[in-house]
Design a protein around this ligand. Structure first.
Ligand code: PXP
Length: 245
């Protein structure tokens, strides 16, 4: 089976908030991330990803509840490990949550969640999610110690941070790909599903598809950017075609 695509629709909400952040009661509020999610599903997305940030800079609470109700695929809620957002997640009950860093201290060198340092504080959240029937993923750097921490925490999924790969060029990019390859091997050997995301686009995606045991990619910015010209459905369809090729 080809690698599956989750479309992150945060930046549709970014455009909305750019104008309507202080006027959400307006009758003209647009664009609606829910419409984007439905179009992404028509284009072949197997899931919709949205990040409810503490500062609500793009997605807001109401979006998450509406997405959960309206989409026919699955909702992957990206979230920081903060009591307020955990409480919302337990009310929304998305299929998946992906725990990501919310504050600077939780970030590793490359930008993933530092599960080595913060394992103890992640544990109660992971347990609460599991008990609520939510599948938990950890957004981590492709580092052996982070994979080991994810294994100790008993999560079923990791999302490997591809940001350093996306930013690198030449030999450095090859090194980043090798790190991702090694991490994907370690995770799958530990029985953990391998997802990946961040900074992926139509031109840098092909080498990522060579990663072993890769199940799902979460891609946002490049699809929303392409959608400005061709629409979300077509932009999603084009990325799905690359994943299948
Ligand atoms: N995966 C995670 C965990 C993210 O936080 C994000 C958004 O930053 C993405 C994937 C999508 O990244 P991008 O918008 O660069 O495709």
């Amino acid at each position: 089976m080809s690698v599956q695509l989750g479309v992150n629709i945060d930046h549709v909400a970014t455009v909305r908030q750019a104008r309507y952040e202080r006027n959400s009661g307006s009758i003209n509020v647009e664009p609606d991330p829910l419409d984007a999610a439905l179009a992404a599903e028509r284009g072949g997305a197997v899931g919709i990803t949205a990040h409810l940030r503490q500062d609500r800079r793009h997605i807001i609470d109401d979006d998450i509840f509406r997405l959960k109700d309206a989409i026919s695929t699955k909702l992957n809620l990206e979230m920081g490990n903060t009591p307020e957002i955990v409480e919302i997640a337990l009310r929304v009950l998305p299929a998946d949550v992906c725990l990501v860093p919310e504050s600077r201290e939780e970030v590793t060198t490359e930008g993933g969640l530092d599960c080595v340092t913060f394992g103890a504080s992640l544990e109660p959240t992971i347990t609460a999610m599991r008990e609520a029937g939510i599948r938990v993923s950890l957004f981590i750097d492709p580092e052996p110690n982070q994979i080991e921490a994810a294994r100790s925490l008993g999560v079923p999924v990791v999302e490997l941070h591809t940001g350093a790969y996306a930013e690198a060029t030449g030999p450095a990019r090859e090194r980043e790909l090798a790190r991702l390859y090694e991490a994907a091997c370690l995770a799958s050997e530990a029985g953990i599903q391998v997802n990946a995301g961040h900074g992926l686009n139509y031109t840098n995606i092909a080498p990522i598809l060579t990663l072993p045991k890769l199940v799902e990619l979460n891609i946002g910015h490049s699809i929303v950017s392409r959608a400005v010209f061709v629409g979300i459905e077509q932009a999603t369809r084009e990325m799905v075609a690359l994943l299948r090729s």
